[in-house]
Design a protein around this ligand. Structure first.
Ligand SMILES: NC(=O)c1ccc[n+]([C@@H]2O[C@H](COP(=O)([O-])OP(=O)(O)OC[C@H]3O[C@@H](n4cnc5c(N)ncnc54)[C@H](O)[C@@H]3O)[C@@H](O)[C@H]2O)c1
Length: 446
């Protein structure tokens, strides 16, 4: 079956599962605005970088800033003194109302969906950091609501718009290495935690509203350097480990190039679950249904932490496709095994085609860098469209999160029924697709 038809059918089938939703009042695809007034949720860390990138668009006015850490809020506010300042995004959205047109969400992963959904329920377009959500169910719902309300959306995978990745997509789709049977992708970063429970009584820093930081997650005491900032990535209740953190960037190009949909199964090899942290080293295998760019089925294997990059044994390439002697794989990247050759795609670098002699005269498409942030601003103002909207990034995130769930059941091959959003052979795994949000953080449509 033609892969674009297949993808459309996949989207239609899963869309059938959403409840009826009303069409909103605010900015939709195709509307036109003088200045886009943005509100930013989470303005420390990546959020500050997101703020600067959005603010660099000449037709943006930064209307509001929100952070649960008053130090981070103060730093951002020093750059945008005219913007309203808030600690609680719920209060910000209700106070600012129609004086804000569009929302940027740059919080830790566990708060993405509640903040983004609240904004979308109000009809606001959303730029949301990657991975789109912490839970599979949340990714499904964000996509469905964005589609129902026809909202302009973009997931924060800015390198999706980089020339090197866009060129690799073109080359794969032009069939340079032939139909692809297997993608290996990896990151030698380690966003895991293999230790025991945290203990001790620790004061919460004066600048931090711990209750708001926890948001939808169950309450627990604050521990310094464990959660805020950045280290939440290692913990199952807040982050998505290295797979969610880096896999979403690195698997994005294979996912886009091969026009993949939902995997049919997933299996992880890692340590036994400890109920606290993501494993520090994982190998995650997936099988996807074939598309026009792949063989009948397509395997994806992910390696992280000490398992990355993959070894020659892992790659199992032979004959002409074997890597040349002395060829060193980069610390992060992907490798496409095609019928006619291999493409090695180092993270945010130019692709290498092997065997070298076969591809030395291959012309590379002339592809330019695009500005991922400005693309979203322009689309919100009625010009053009975004390249990583939730219709694309929702299913990509779902696929990655299935591997994160599989980390809790090492060695078990989990069959996946995407239409019904359930694992076919393990009910315990189905319990990990959706979180019950803490009282006060429940949001309609989630
Ligand atoms: N696209 C990229 O290249 C890239 C790079 C880094 C991080 N990220 C993503 O950006 C997000 C943030 O990561 P980070 O490294 O900046 O984390 P961080 O912990 O350093 O910063 C998060 C910020 O959000 C604030 N915050 C937390 N909960 C909040 C809430 N409920 N409301 C308002 N503010 C809140 C924190 O106080 C902090 O200022 C993550 O989703 C991460 O995956 C993306």
């Amino acid at each position: 079956m033609n892969s674009s038809i297949q993808r459309r059918q996949f989207m239609q089938t899963v869309a059938a599962g959403v409840s009826a939703l009303s069409v909103p009042c605010s900015v939709r695809a195709g509307s036109s605005l003088e200045k886009l007034r943005t509100a930013h949720i989470g303005v420390g860390g990546m959020g500050l970088s997101d703020l600067r990138s959005i603010a660099s668009h000449p037709d943006v006015e930064i209307a509001a800033l929100c952070d649960v850490d008053s130090d981070k809020l103060g730093q951002a506010a020093a750059e945008q003194p005219a913007a309203g300042k808030f600690a609680d995004y719920r209060e910000m959205l209700s106070t600012m109302g129609d004086s804000v047109d569009a929302i940027v969400v740059s919080t830790p992963d566990h708060s993405h969906a509640p903040a983004a959904m609240l904004a979308m329920n109000l009809g606001k377009p959303v730029y949301c950091q990657k991975p789109l959500t912490h839970e599979v169910y949340e990714a499904r719902q964000l996509r469905l609501v964005a589609e129902q309300k026809q909202l302009v959306t973009q997931m924060g995978i800015q390198i999706h718009s980089a020339a090197v990745y866009r060129r690799a997509v073109r080359m794969i789709q032009e069939g340079v290495v032939g139909r692809v049977s297997h993608v290996h992708a990896w990151s030698n970063k380690n966003w895991g935690y293999d230790g025991g429970p945290f203990s001790g009584e620790h004061p919460v820093p004066d600048s931090l509203n711990w209750d708001l930081w926890l948001g939808p997650a169950a309450f627990r005491p604050f521990v310094p350097r464990v959660y805020h900032p950045a280290n939440w990535r290692r913990l199952i209740d807040f982050g998505t480990g290295t797979l969610g953190d880096m896999g979403v960037h690195i698997f994005d190009t294979p996912y886009a190039a091969l026009e993949l949909t939902a995997p049919t199964w997933v299996r992880t090899t890692c340590r036994e679950p400890n109920g606290i942290g993501h494993p520090t080293a994982n190998v995650v295998e997936y099988e996807f249904p074939g598309t026009t760019h792949t063989t009948d089925t397509m395997l994806w294997t992910w390696y992280d932490g000490a398992k990355a990059p993959p070894s020659a044994d892992d790659l199992n390439l032979s004959g002409e496709l074997a890597l040349p002697d002395g060829f060193a794989l980069p610390g992060q990247g992907s490798l496409f095994v095609g019928e006619n050759g291999v493409m090695v795609l180092p993270h945010i670098s130019e692709a290498v085609l092997l065997p070298e002699a076969r591809f030395q005269d291959t012309e590379r498409p002339d592809v330019a860098n695009q500005d991922h942030y400005h693309q979203w601003v322009d689309a919100c103002r009625g010009t053009g469209s975004t390249s990583a909207d939730f219709t694309y990034s929702g299913p990509l995130t779902e696929a990655l999160l299935l591997g994160v769930v599989a980390n809790r059941f090492p060695g078990q091959q989990l069959g996946w029924d995407a239409d019904n959003m359930r694992f076919t052979n393990l009910d315990d795994a189905n319990q990990l697709l959706r979180r019950i949000n803490r009282e006060g953080f429940a949001v309609e449509n989630l």
